[in-house]
Write a protein that binds this ligand. Sequence first.
Ligand SMILES: [Zn+2]
Ligand SMILES: [Zn+2]
Length: 341
Amino acid sequence: MSADMVIVRKEGLYCVPGQFYIDPWRPVERAVITHAHGDHARGGHQHYLAAAPGVNVMKSRLGPINITGLAYGERLVHNGVTISLHPAGHVLGSAQVRMAYRGEVWVASGDYKVEADSTCAPFEPVRCDTFITESTFGLPIYRWQPQQEIYDDVNAWWAANAAQGRASVLLGYSFGKAQRLLSGLDPAIGPIICHGAVQTLNQVYREGGVWLPSTLMVSDVAKNDIGKSIVLASPSAAGSPWIKRFGDFSDAFASGWMQLRGARRRRGVDRGFVLSDHADWPGLLEAITATGAQRVIVTHGSIAVLVRWLQQQGLQASGFDTEYGDDETEPAAPAEEAGHA
Ligand SMILES: [Zn+2]
Ligand SMILES: [Zn+2]
């Protein structure tokens, strides 16, 4: 049996023959980054490699970095390891990292979502011997409705509020979640206002060729129209003076965690919309099966449950101890929203 191609070191996941890291949490010389959420893409590395559609997102969040963009599917050989990046369907530029070395193939998924949406390239299953998977929603209770049903619910809630002259404040992660929500809004209902943190990312998405409806800054909207508007803001804006200016508004939170009983109440919002940028339980199983991998390593989320389930299916399964966080609720680290407040 050959040695493991990818191991965990104190800096992060490490490709041994390739001598590079994947989404390291400590500064390293060479980092391959799956996507620009703060717990996966950190500052301080000497060289970054990421999928080409994610390069400008990374720059907008990390500032000036030494980064190379690789088109999806394009191959690069580094220290004998053939590296290619494949769409993960999670956020703009998100990628799975495929590594081939001496006839063996490993794939590190980063975060992924199986249902396609219009804001990023759809998840693509990649055949491999060993699949390193996330498991943020790796419990059988997590089963998402088709996203169009969620978009319809959001629009109905917005229209009902607008009819009463109340603004609708929709809280969701400023990178990825907010743009996906935007893509499902019906602009005929009223003005769409975005918090600065969201607007910055909207701009990067549009420049990357992603269609989003027209969005406004609050200063662009006449006072009389505020009551018809929907306001997209990151969770960190909740309770801020910026939000208070919308007066007697209705608020909602969009996250996969909203499926949990009591989650909406704990957030103190009027509505919870179950919309996640991660695979649900059936999605994880479908994605893992599609790789054909005999060995699966789980990095973050419900590791024990998924590992046990995979072992019961006869697969070789284990966990990696990582420092990846949760991008469905609050920023994983203060740095996550830094510069966008
Ligand atoms: Zn993520
Ligand atoms: Zn993650």
